[in-house]
Design a protein around this ligand. Sequence first.
Ligand code: ADP
Ligand code: MG
Length: 361
Amino acid sequence: MAGIELGGLSTVYPNGVRAVDALDVSISDGEFFALLGPSGCGKTTLLRTIAGLEPASSGTVEIGGRDVTRVEPGRRRVAMVFQDYALFPHMTVAQNIAYPLRVRREPRSRQRSVAEETSASLGLAGLLERRPGQLSGGQQQRVALARAIAMEADVLLLDEPLSNLDARLRLEARTFLKRLQRDLGLTTVFVTHDQAEALALADRIAVMDSGRIRQLGSPKEVFQRPNSTFVANFIGSTPMNLLDGVVRAGAVEVAGARLATPAAAGLPDGTPVVAGIRPEYLSLSPNGDGIPGAVSIVENLGISSLVTLECADGTLVGATVLEHDEPEIGSKLIAAPHPGRFLLYGADGLLLGATGALSQA
Ligand code: ADP
Ligand code: MG
């Protein structure tokens, strides 16, 4: 089987855009690896460089211990599913799935049997004679996956494979994909700009920005401990509170509260910092220690609600509560971070440390 090693890998386009910038990454055999990042950060280029569809400008790509940097795409044992599926519109589902075998000049009988087996395992059995135009988006996506699997590749590269599906189908396809990947044990690199998808599917997530990896870790690590405000902003379905504060006497003054944290202890008075607290990690109560404010908005998120507190200095702080705990608009409450869930970032946006201890201003 096949892990992927990228060593100092850069891909520079002829127009000078450095889309992949000196990446060192080691992806394990059988791992489900998500590449997450904003549009234009280099996700597709990185995938295409691993597949050999884009030449590496410098550095190396190894697959299964073999240096394939100069190996042509067809000989890398890599299958790629593109964002638009790239099915052949004039071919039937069966012909699309069997296409890799036809290219390898395998017998027609074998082409047919592989198309039948793969389509059955992907829930496409009755659709073999249809053309892509006669399929739903979800079905087309499965045909593209079936074709990738029929290649019997070691590595599966998926470029935003779920982005053209509607919300419900997307959830179904996500679960399906996860199961399939587990069953086949395929090393998979999955590109998405959707943080929820990455959190749900991946063994590890690489958060990319401008051709570089800003953070690499398990979904838990990047959610609970983003190493920069960039990553913090990018992960989480409700945005993390990033509150401007200043260090005074070893604690952080922010929105009328004084938050004690070891991360601030060594910093000189007046150092500007940013306190990062997820809305899920703030508890609201009428009294106690914490950030005081008045309820200005309550947004229903389904089973929970996002409450926005407006503090005396105008700072807005979001906290999630269960639906039956929704406070009245205008009520005065205190938002207290859960122990260990308050992160401190420097003015450069990089993580300084985390803690939970809190004392009143
Ligand atoms: P993503 O998939 O994360 O949206 P891309 O890999 O498509 O990002 O693009 C990364 C950067 O490379 C962008 O700045 C994009 O404009 C540029 N780029 C992509 N393809 C080409 C190309 N063929 N020629 C020149 N620049 C390109
Ligand atoms: Mg892309």
